[in-house]
Design a protein around this ligand. Sequence first.
Ligand code: ZN
Length: 259
Amino acid sequence: METVPRRALAVLVTAVALVLPLAAAPARAMPLPEGGRLPLAGVTVVVDPGHNGLNYRYPRIVNRIVYAGNGVWKACNTTGTATRAGYSEHAYTWSVATRLAAVLRARGARVVLTRPDDRGVGPCIDRRAAIGNAARATLVMSIHGDGSTAAGARGFHVISSTRMVGGTGVTAASGRLARVLRDAFRAGTGMPFANYTAGGDALAVRKDLGGLNLSTRPAVMIETGNMRNATDARLMSSPAFRQREAVALADGIQRYLGR
Ligand code: ZN
């Protein structure tokens, strides 16, 4: 009967030996920068999920012509594209955007979405820009999926504006943000650079996108893949892949801000 207490003691000693380092661990296991502040504390990110669930039902609202900046007038919004299997771009962008919002909030950011759900109409592109401006966003991230029907067209690209109402500093900052996000998105998702647009380096500069032109804050749009391409569609239809996209975009935002 002597062996039982000894064994119990041995178990106790082992347990204490295991628990002690665990008790001391938290300070080292998750190092937080700046004395415990989360990496994106103090940052406001406006996340813009392209299109909306009921745009197709209200053409008179969606087709209204609005000023998009740079002398361009265009439709308030569009219905967006879809995969051949019928997974719509508005549902896709909503999924990626809400995942991105969750990752950013967990890292300490304040996040503002340009629409509250995937069951509404609009808002118009000019209104989306105004939301970012009013929120005094540190940066604006607009999320889309492309709809090219060209044979073999796949991959992602990031778009910035030739000229934004925020001025040359904001336009230049947006170009830098596009480059950092491009690198982070490829590294984090494995999605290749678009092979059908943007000159092969996945960086496009356009003058016609109201959400970017009318922004006074650094803003970019990402076409995360081509929904009409079978390979991209398979990836984009996967919740696990969309989560990887969200983490990759958050990593890019963090890197751009030097956090
Ligand atoms: Zn779109």
